[in-house]
Design a binder for this molecule. Structure first.
Ligand code: HEM
Length: 177
């Protein structure tokens, strides 16, 4: 999946806010393309990621998520957020079980996220193995009536121990007619 900021694309870029680390340049529109992307020659920046298998969710969690989550592209979901994230060397030096413990037992990432389903639809993209500037491209779609809840969720997640390991994060908000 390729996210490209330029002057064309389905989504209007409403804001680009640095959370931690270096920000990204603001563009006017964002295009999201799946598969081989036909890249605009004039793109301001391009970020690539792939959807993948789960790493941290256990069976119970997967079942809970599957029971309530909704897919992307709902007509009423006219707002979106693209939040690229890079984690620190300290995070990647941990063992899988240590990362899982921080992610869920200590930070309750899935527990918090579940409070906001099905209002928020999401898709996680992995970028680390592609040699990209971020490890993850997180994508969310929601209706204007869920805007406040989305803000609350992001605030809660950023207060967790997991976020101590986030060394670069940019918060890009979008809308479509
Ligand atoms: C809509 C509510 C949310 C739910 C239900 C949710 C759920 C999940 C789940 C289940 C995973 C683990 C996937 C796996 O097993 O590999 C995950 C990973 C992740 N989520 Fe969320 N999430 C939500 C919101 C967010 C938000 C708002 C952000 C960013 C501000 C975020 C950032 C991430 C990142 C960066 C990862 C990858 C973590 C890693 O592999 O180290 N999530 N999320």
């Amino acid at each position: 999946v390729t996210f490209a900021a330029s002057h064309t694309g389905q989504w209007a870029i409403d804001s680009v806010s640095p959370v931690i680390g270096e920000t990204l340049a603001p563009g006017s529109r964002l295009s999201v393309s799946e598969g081989a992307a036909d890249l605009a020659a004039d793109s301001i920046w391009t970020l690539r990621g792939v959807t993948s298998n789960t790493r941290y969710s256990n069976r119970t969690e997967v079942d809970r998520l599957t029971a309530v989550q909704e897919g992307l592209g709902r007509p009423q979901a006219t707002l979106a957020a693209l939040i690229p994230i890079r984690k620190s060397a300290a995070w990647w030096a941990l063992a899988q079980d240590e990362r899982r413990a921080i992610f869920e037992e200590q930070s309750r990432h899935i527990g918090i996220g579940l409070d906001y389903l099905p209002g928020v639809a999401r898709r996680l993209h992995h970028s680390r193995e592609l040699g990209e500037p971020f490890d993850f491209l997180t994508w969310f779609e929601y209706a204007p009536e869920h805007r406040d809840q989305f803000e609350e969720m992001v605030r809660r997640l950023r207060q967790t121990r997991e976020w101590d390991y986030v060394e670069r994060e940019v918060d890009i908000r979008l809308s479509r007619a």
